[in-house]
Design a protein around this ligand. Sequence first.
Ligand code: AMP
Length: 216
Amino acid sequence: MAIFIVLLGPPGVGKGTQAKILAQAKNLAHISSGDLFRENIKNQTELGKHAKLFIDKGELVPDDVTIDMIRERLSRPDCKPGAILDGFPRTPVQADALEKMLAEFNGQVNVVPYITAPESIVVGRISGRWTCRSNGHIFHQMFNPPKADGICDIDGSELYQREDDKVETVTIRIRVYLEQTIPLVDYYRKTGKLVEINGAQAVEQVSRDLCLAVNN
Ligand code: AMP
């Protein structure tokens, strides 16, 4: 049976980094709603143009658009064994939709690691973050600097600072997270699937804790 893991946590806590590591370790697809939107923005699709209006302001893209995008992604063959969901769901409406979609694919949400860290840490992580233009690889000017300034170690493409990683927008994203996504903590706690992970630790330690959480 397919395994679906939902990573919850504030922006900048390291969900993207951890999702990539975990997806490789468990041989599961990595579905990042933010990466999917950014890919659409880069390719100037209608979806991308619409999503950009919200993303640049730090707001959430409307539920219906987001849910349709994820449904399409989940239907691709690489999701057959399951997937790590990073950044989706972000609202209770999305969480209900996910349950229904997974039932269609004969699956369910198995475990929900909830990665937490104090606000000062997540703001520091976001404001030093550099993202690779081609494949979304993530670097940090202090904690994980690229070997050459402005160039991705992995694929050689340009590194850029996301528009929504600028300090003014980060404050809005954190407020939106507290208002719209925090209710999911209770939603999943009630199902008994929530496991809290201390995201303030070093990347390797968070990975170890996460592996333990999903293997139990
Ligand atoms: P992320 O890369 O996960 O930080 O997402 C970047 C931005 O994409 C968010 O600030 C939202 O504007 C948008 N976004 C990503 N995932 C979702 C989602 N599940 N629902 C609505 N908007 C989303």
